[in-house]
Design a protein around this ligand. Structure first.
Ligand code: FES
Length: 103
């Protein structure tokens, strides 16, 4: 059983922007890369930092604490000191509304 939870709207942010949302208690980071929207768990796999407070460029989110990098599309670690992937969530758009899928 999976649920789609609304986490925001595309009007909430611009290109190369990120915001944090609480999806029924799960912190998620929602990213916009061009016309595409992606979502990951908001907590870095290296330490207690919110990726939504980081810097997004070229589809990579830079963690604000130690500047590790993750690919927001795949969740793969893309720069030291991060080595463990961050969880990604499926995203769907309904007009301007952004929904993230949880198991
Ligand atoms: Fe994110 Fe260290 S807490 S890189």
């Amino acid at each position: 059983m999976s649920d789609w939870i609304k986490v925001g709207e595309t009007t909430d942010f611009g290109d190369e922007d990120v915001f944090g949302a609480d999806a029924n208690g799960t912190p998620v980071a929602v990213y916009r890369v061009g016309e595409d929207v992606f979502a990951t768990h908001d907590i870095c796999t290296h330490g207690m930092a919110r990726l939504s407070e980081g810097f997004l460029e070229d589809g990579l989110i830079e963690c604000p604490l130690h500047q590790g990098l993750f690919d927001v599309k795949t969740g793969e670690a893309a720069g030291a000191p991060c080595t463990e992937a961050v969880r990604i969530y499926p995203v769907k758009l309904d007009g301007e509304e952004i929904y993230v899928q949880f198991e």
